[in-house]
Design a protein around this ligand. Sequence first.
Ligand code: DP6
Length: 360
Amino acid sequence: MPQHKFIVCNYTQALSSGKVSWQSPSNIALVKYWGKYGEQMPMNPSVSFTLQNSNTQTCLSFEKKQSEGFEFEVFLDGKREVSFEPKIQKFFERVEVYLPFLKNFKFKIETTNSFPHSSGIASSASGMSALALCLMDMERQMQPAITTDYFNEKASFLARLGSGSACRSVEGPLIVWGEHAEINGSNNCFGIKYPFDVHQNFNDYQDTILLVDKGEKQVSSTLGHDLMLDHPFAEQRFRQAKENLLKLRPVFKNGDLSEFIKIVESEALSLHAMMMTSMPYFILMKPNTLEIINRIWKFRDETGSKVCFTLDAGANVHVLYPKLEKDNVLHFIKKELLQYCKNGEFIEDEVGLGATNILV
Ligand code: DP6
C-alpha cells in the first residue's frame, strides 16, 4: 500500500516556531467521485480540471508546546471560526500517524477564500489542500531532503484524508485520482497528473461558475458518498466512471470537443441521477439549474458552440468552454443565463496549475 511511504521515522532538523502560507485552488471534476470506502478511498477513479481563481489562502503559524493533545484555533477572514474546528480536529486525528509532530505544536490557522464562503463553491477541496500543504511545508523544514514529487504526493495524500476531492487540488491542470487499470501510476491514495497527451484545445479551458443557489449544502458529501454503498445502481455507476475515463483518453489526445461534451454532461447528470435514486433520495438541482442547462443546449444547437456544463453536488452550474470562444460565450451568459443566478452572481474561472507557496 503506497501510504506506508508517508510514515516518517525521524526528522533531521528541529523546528520551534514559524509561519507558512499556501494558496490552493478548487477543482471541477469531469468524471465524478461519488462513493467512498474505508479512510476516504474512492469507489471509482475521477479526473478534474484544477481551477485558477477559486482558491483558499491559508497561513499556519506554529509554536512548540509541552502540553498534551492537539491545540489549534481557526480564523476565517480574521474572525475566529469555532464551527470549523471539529473538522480540523478529525483531520489532525486522521493524519497524526503521518505527521507525528502535530501534538508538539500549538497552531493558528488563518484562512480566506477568494469566493464568498456561502457561494456553494466547495471550499473543502481548496481549504483542505491548502492546510495539507502548510503542514507539508513544516515537514520539509524538518526533513529538507524530501523531493518535490514526495512533497506533492504526500500533500495530496493528506488533503484526501481531509476531503476526498481535495487531493486533486495540489497540482494541475488535469488530475486523476483513483486506481484505473489503464492509467499508469493512478491510485486511491493521492492524485496524479494526467499522464497522457492533452490537445491544445484544452489549454486555458474556461469555467464560468453560475451561482444558482448559495445556501448551505442540503446533504453533506459524506452522507451522499455513503448512500452509494448500498445503492441499487452502484456497480454500474462505478463501471461507467471507469469507462468514461477511458473514453476521455482519445478525446484529450485529439481535442474532440463534441465527444468531450457528451462525456462531461453525461457524468454530471449521472451524478445527480445517483442522488435521485438513492434511499433516501434527494434533488440538488433547482428549477434554475434546469433552465440554464436547456439554454446552453439551445445555444449550442443554434450556434455550433462547444460550450457545455457540469455540476457538482449542488445547484450551481459550471459552464465549460474553450478559450477561443470566451467573448461569445460570456456574452451569451450575461444576456441569457445570469437571470437564473442568485443576485446575478457568477465567478469567471479557468484551468490552473495548482497550489502555490505564498511568502510570509
Ligand atoms: C460531487 O470531496 O466533497 O464534487 O470526501 O466527503 O469530503 P468528501 O467529499 P467531497 O466530494 C466531492 C464530490 C463531487 C464530485 C467530485 O468532485 O469528484
